[in-house]
Design a protein around this ligand. Structure first.
Ligand code: NDP
Length: 495
């Protein structure tokens, strides 16, 4: 049965007044799973008002008390992992083998990290003794009402990566999920409420880009934390700049993996596959440009082709399935367009996959399934090498010397992630030091633990999420100079 989803503010589900609704579809079989009601401008106003009313009490609560409440939410998230993972699988098409081990889990880890951080004094400022009777102290103060706007690829994880530091720091949030994957938002709001988060601290508005744009420009909103495409991020950042709002921008990438001549081929292939086919390639940090030494190309391709057989498209609720469909019809058409362009216009050599429809998955007809695809003999100028495809499409490029590989890896306006595979630790550090990217890996790919601050360079974003630095994005500094000498230094004294 198709469920209905509304908005969430004042600590409960609220009816939307726009009169518009949209459907959430299971990408595995293209069947509708929910009818979601879009927020009108006045609904967004009401959610923001709710967040503004909750702010004074929540922000003044001792950090340790907020921490206790958020840790309760962590427990509930973990208790309900299976049920939430099934919902995410139906909403995103990602296999349950991923959603039950990564999406909810890594979201809960981040909430636990920030709850513990603020509970352990992470919001404390600094003091500096200036003179015997004068000193400076600083405070990290919350910003106020913050907006979170999420992408569709890691819905509940993104909602938690934004709301965890936001709420832990004492802010309140109005969150808008992607219209393609809206279901997690109300579940998370209910979990926060069940844990004891006061009404108005975490609120949800549903809808498309127009709802996000209205929320971004709302005069009461102090900060916008956005995850999505570079082109949308530029619009959101420009709108936020109009109100001088704080922003965090987590945007797209076209990240390089540099395989060094001494690398273990099997290990490099495992890394390249995780960097291209996990989540059906719908990961912002995908390492889609795989730079392989010319002399290793044949061995790399042979090992890769052997392992491509381990990609198992299937029933997304079967734990053995490790490859799902793309998220939506629109995205499916976009990815297929790139694959066709790679074959017909770029002239890259197709090593695996292609644009034909894959063999049907049992009970999952009509879904947005594509073949995991590998192009080789690619050149830097090809469109499939330059643009973010956000699907399971690997491009293999070869190089002669390492400096050349480094400069080609950096020759992109994006700078989200980069990685190197080598047995030589000195070389690993040398290559990583040269990489123009905010997230880098050595001999692995994709792990993003709560302790690791992540964010893009260049056009891939502004600021970071997670790690200790992640908290700084949700506070502003107040410095106070106290002088108890009894004398105010003044130039206006009698001569
Ligand atoms: P979009 O940019 O299309 O959308 C992101 C969110 O912004 C959605 O909720 C969307 O609403 C909303 N939105 C659209 N227009 C506006 C607007 N004018 N003002 C405010 N909000 C708006 O991204 P996708 O959802 O397609 O996500 C995929 C992209 O996200 C990829 O480029 C990927 O690299 C990036 N990404 C980056 C991550 C990172 O950490 N760096 C992590 C995950 C993804 P709606 O969709 O409902 O229309």
């Amino acid at each position: 049965m198709v469920q209905t989803r509304q908005l969430y503010y004042d600590g409960r589900s609220k009816a939307a007044t726009s009169g518009h609704s949209f459907q959430s579809v299971n990408p595995a079989n293209a069947q509708p799973i929910a009818e979601v009601l879009s927020a009108s401008a006045s609904d967004v106003d009401a959610a923001v008002k709710s967040a503004a009313s909750a702010f004074p009490t929540w922000s003044k609560m001792p950090a340790i008390a907020r921490s206790r409440i958020l840790l309760k939410a962590v427990s509930i998230l973990r208790e309900r992992n299976e049920e939430l993972a099934i919902q995410e699988t139906q909403d995103t098409g990602k296999p349950i083998s991923e959603t039950s081990t990564v999406d909810v889990v890594t979201g809960a880890d981040v909430l636990e990290f920030f709850a513990n951080l603020v509970g352990g004094g992470g919001l404390n400022g600094e003091t500096a003794q200036l003179r015997e009777d004068a000193w400076v102290y600083t405070k990290k103060e919350p910003l106020g009402v913050c907006a979170g706007i999420g992408a569709w690829n890691y819905p509940i994880q993104i909602a938690l990566w934004k709301s965890a530091p936001c709420l832990a720091a004492g802010n309140t949030m109005v969150y808008k999920p992607s219209e393609f994957t809206p279901l997690h938002a109300q579940s998370l709001a209910e979990i926060y409420s069940a844990a004891g988060v006061p009404p108005g601290v975490f609120n949800v508005v549903q809808g498309a880009g127009d709802v996000g744009a209205y929320l971004t420009s709302h005069p009461t909103v102090a900060k916008v934390s956005f995850t999505g495409q570079v082109s949308t991020g530029k619009k959101v950042a420009s709108a936020a700049a109009g109100g001088m709002k704080y922003t965090t921008m987590e945007l797209g990438g076209k990240s390089p993996i540099l395989i060094m001549p001494d690398a273990d081929v099997e290990q490099a292939v495992d890394g390249a596959m995780m960097a291209n086919f996990f989540s059906t390639g719908q990961v912002c940090t995908n390492g889609t440009r795989v730079l392989v030494p010319k002399k290793m190309k044949a061995a790399f391709e042979k090992a890769l082709l052997a392992k491509m057989d381990f990609i198992r498209a299937g029933d997304t609720l079967d734990m053995e399935t490790n490859f799902g469909p793309l998220v939506s019809e629109t995205h499916y058409q976009k990815v297929l367009g790139y694959i066709r362009h790679g074959i017909e216009v770029d002239g890259a050599r197709l090593l695996a996959g292609g644009a034909e429809r894959p063999a049907p998955v049992k009970n999952m007809d009509g879904g947005f399934w594509v073949r995991p695809t590998v192009f080789t003999d690619c050149t830097d100028q090809m469109k499939i090498v330059q643009e973010e495809i956000f699907g399971p499409v690997m491009t293999i490029l070869t190089y002669d010397d390492i400096d050349e590989a480094i400069s080609r890896a950096n020759a992109t306006p994006l700078g989200l992630a980069a990685g190197v595979f080598t047995k030589d630790l000195n070389l690993a550090h040398k290559v990583i030091a040269e990489m123009e990217a905010g997230i880098t890996w050595v001999n692995t790919w994709g792990e993003s633990p709560a302790e690791m601050s992540v964010g893009g360079w260049k056009q891939s974003g502004l600021g970071v999420e997670n790690g200790r630095k992640g908290l700084e994005a949700w506070v502003r500094n107040k410095s106070t100079l106290v002088d108890m000498s009894g004398v105010v230094p003044t130039v206006f004294s009698k001569l």
